[in-house]
Ligand binder design. Sequence first.
Ligand code: ZN
Length: 541
Amino acid sequence: MTSRSLGIVFALAGFSGAAIAAEPEFSADRIRAHVSFLADDLLEGREAGTRGHGIAASYIASQFTLLGVRPAGQNGGYFFTVDLLESSLTGPAPTLTVTTGRGTQTLKHRGNALVRGSIAAGAVNLSAPLVFVGFGMTDAALGYDDYKGLDVRGKIAVALYGSPKGIDSEVGAHLQHEQFRAAAEHGAVAMIYVLTRASAQAFPWQQLLDVQSDETTTWVQRDGTPFDPSHGLKAAAIVDSTAAEFLFSGAPKPLARLLDEADQAGGRPQGFELRGTAKINVATKVRRFSSPDVVGVIEGSDPKLKSEYVVLMGHADHIGIKKDGTGDRINNGALDNAAGTATLIEVARALAVASERPRRSVLIVANTAEEKGLLGAESFASAPTVPIDRMVAAIDLDMPMLLYDFTDVVAYGATHSTLKDVFEKTASAMGITLSPDPMPEQAVFVRSDHYTMVKQGVPAVMLATGMANGGDKAWATYLSSHYHRPSDDLSLPIVWNAGAKFAEFNYRVVRALADADGRPQWYAKDYFGDLFAPKAAKASR
Ligand SMILES: [Zn+2]
């Protein structure tokens, strides 16, 4: 280019900068292209640790290179290695043998009980007295101490599976997650779950057996030790209602009364010693493997703010190939979550081509092993490649329902922080609405990758399309017929324009967060903000 033409361009830019600084466009075709590749049968369902997921990760890294998104993984590359450990059953089928005043019953694994060993390899043969611990929850903020007055040291804690009725569902799900930790901290050696009436209704026994696999996978910490999701408990089991009845034989209070109590709003049955013992026999073997998160960064333009990051993430892995059955066994995961991954790439593209770069940097993370328990995200959040306190907000894209032209979005968890305002304003600027959580009982806030950021104190949400304009029907059909099944593939009537619109919405939210003077804040007196970011400045509601 000659200096003259440069001069002309310069003059034009000065004259009508707004016209030249065109906003990025979002393309349905590009979304379709990414989803078509990622959900192809050749990728075999993208299970973490398999070749199929490895190809997906390489594809994403390659797209980042094409777009000029800089590597932000380990060792100057795009990959962040997540070391994983899978514990699976070995040897004879596990058993749970219960002895009470009424005699002895041996419950078989996958009969009236589901039995789990620890994440360490080896055989567990333990026998111990039983103590009922109610919901087995301890929480200073709520004043819960279900272990008060109970001695569970060296014993098996018998806890209700679920959370107290009427408690905020997200807080309840969080506390349910912490049940093992509470039991272990009080010295219990194992845990047996008994279903409440509500949980028995939500998870019919056969369905529970179907969805629970015999493998437990965890992530390996930087020091080489696997994170123990059971916090040192040696075994755990969940029993059906007949077995539960037997467990409570001769108890100071009959099980039916305890279940009645738990069925009342706020009901938290008190614990007591049971009149029996249980023996758990289970053997496990372990396998170590690894799988990469893919991490890229679009550097911010503001000399000061560019050291802060808005995090946009989504999981690229899925559940792989179905073990049994005939016909199509490849779980392609077109919507779960090739669609979210495609959105990540399209938003990264928009940020990279925008005439004005965002003021803060934007970190794009395609997580692995979400389907195995948020493991890629957990591993990254525990030792991220940029300082955690520089991450101002995180948005997770998981399973955007692109089967209709959405007119509303749901930001799960947005009510806990000022992120809500940003989503509300951005939505209204695009002529769509931000709807409240349509299924609070599902506690989505604590069930996807963004929660690993919340636990590190970062305000975060999971963003999905809403229930308006046919969304309710699309969601219901998808969840009942296609979720985690081979039919979540390109035969679904995917509305690609909705994908482009979803990418644009995400881009605008990321821009708003990246360009704002201040960073988002947890609301004052919010349960999660107080728990995970006690020292951070809070906003008033
Ligand atoms: Zn999934």
